[in-house]
Each structure stands twice: as C-alpha cells, then as structure tokens.
Design a protein around this ligand. Structure first.
Ligand code: C5P
Length: 250
C-alpha cells in the first residue's frame, strides 16, 4: 500500500485507521437450475425481483459505504431507480464475475480515495440469497472486522453426510467438522483480488466461493454462524419457500 492509500484511511482526527466495508453482489448468472425463463435473480418474489430484496437487506446496513452489483455485459433487465452502482462486467463463472467486479472497483479506487482501496473490506453476497438480514450481515462484520483474514457466514452441517456412487451410498462421512458455506463472505479487497488473480489463468477452477480462493492462497477464513433461512434460491420449489419466509417478516 502506498502512503496516499494510508492517508485516505485515517479518520479526520488522524488517530485511528477507519476500516471501511463495501458490498459486491454477483448478479450475472443465468440460473439454469431454477427452471425460469429469465435469470432467477430477476424473478419476482412477493411483488419485486429477487435481487431487489437482496439489495434492500444490504442497504439496511449503515456500515456499508457502497453496494455494487455485477451484471452480465448484455444484461437487459429494467432496473428501478436505485442508489446501487451496476457494473456490466459479469463473467462466465461466479468467480470470474467477482474477480472482474473487484478489478474494476480497485482500478476506480486507484484514482479516487473514496473508492475501494486494497485494505478495505469487501462483502461478497449472492444476488440469489434474498433472505439475508441486517442482523446476520452485522454479525459477520462484527466477527471479522478485527480479524487478520476475514470470514464467511456458514452453518454447521445438521444432517448425516453421505458420499454416493451411481446414486447409491458409498460412504458415510464424519459431519462434526463440516459446515455449509453461505454469503456474505468478507475479505480485504486486495487480498481477495490477489487470491482470485492467482487462479485466473486456470479459469478459476475449484473456486466456488471467495473463501475457497483465500484457502488456496494459504489463509484460513473464519466461520461465523449464519441462518438456515439464508439459503440460495436455486431450484424451482425454492421460490415459494422464499416468498413464504419474506411474507412472514412483514
Ligand atoms: O448459479 P449460482 O446460484 O451458484 O450463482 C450464485 C450467484 O452468483 C448468483 O447471484 C448469480 O447471479 C451469480 N453469478 C454471477 N456470474 C456467473 C454465475 C453466477 O454473477 N457467471
């Protein structure tokens, strides 16, 4: 980090560094498993598109400086007026969309001290996890803000875990140390960018979330207990479940 980056992170009294948080929402998937005509993040749930529910939850977190959404280059969705920045740089995979978005943010940040700097926190959150809450996002931020690496929301595996071969159980695996990864996942922008860059030549093979990129770079992300409600809307029945849960909150 150069000296001007450090200056920009100081508070007005110039005493303590201010740790800033930004959110990046990958929203460039086609959602092929959802069985919908349009990308699943644009399907309506309870009167508005799934991604708008997701963004509303993120916007309720006052510690997030800015929220950016990564959409595909040919995204033709009609967005309502929102304070959220959209970047048309989505890629072929989720990891590529996150990498492209983060690269653009850091490039912008190099010209503008208000923009994302390498030492800022980035919270990456799936557009398709529309049931995330302000409480859970704040829990992650509180748990990771002073951590050296950062971490992710996740759930200890509740069920017995089976390995399968040709649709039949081949093995029962120990579940004591197994967690289901969710988002948001919170890492320093520079460290996450470097971890993804290291896998870019291999088309991000094996990178299914930000934590996996950080792990491959030698870090051990912190696990922060999430909620079973924060599931990723993936299959056709998930839409009705998401709608019921959102309705029960109003
Ligand atoms: O497809 P899946 O549900 O795993 O995608 C998780 C999130 O990543 C979704 O919000 C989706 O829009 C996003 N994504 C993306 N670019 C891709 C694939 C997925 O931004 N190429």
């Amino acid at each position: 980090m150069n000296p001007s980056d450090i200056e920009s992170l100081q508070d007005p009294a110039n005493t303590a560094p201010v740790a800033r948080c930004f959110a990046l929402v990958p929203c460039a998937g086609s959602g092929s498993r959802a069985g919908t005509l349009k990308p699943k993040q644009y399907e309506h749930i309870g009167g508005q598109s799934m991604v708008m529910h997701t963004l509303a939850a993120l916007q309720s977190v006052s510690r997030l400086q800015k929220i950016v959404v990564v959409v595909s280059p040919d995204d033709a969705h009609e967005w309502p007026d929102t304070a959220v920045q959209r970047m048309h740089c989505g890629g072929a995979t989720r990891a590529e969309s996150v990498f492209n978005g983060l690269s653009q943010l850091l490039t912008e940040g190099a010209k503008d001290p208000q923009g994302v700097q390498a030492s800022d926190w980035i919270l990456v959150h799936d557009a398709a996890r529309c049931l995330i809450t302000e409480l859970e996002i704040n829990r992650l931020i509180d748990a990771c803000m002073d951590d050296e690496v950062g971490g992710l929301l996740a759930l200890p595996l509740p069920d017995t875990l089976k390995a399968a071969v040709n649709g039949r159980v081949s093995q029962t695996l120990p579940r004591q140390d197994k967690w289901l990864a969710q988002t948001p996942q919170m890492f320093r922008a520079g460290a996450l960018h470097a971890a993804l860059l290291a896998k870019s030549a291999e088309q991000f093979e094996g990178i299914t979330d930000e934590a996996s990129a950080m792990e491959m770079a030698g870090f051990a992300p912190k696990l922060v207990v999430g909620s079973p409600h924060n599931f990723k809307v993936t299959y056709p029945p998930d839409f009705a479940l998401a709608e019921d849960l959102l309705r029960s909150r109003t």
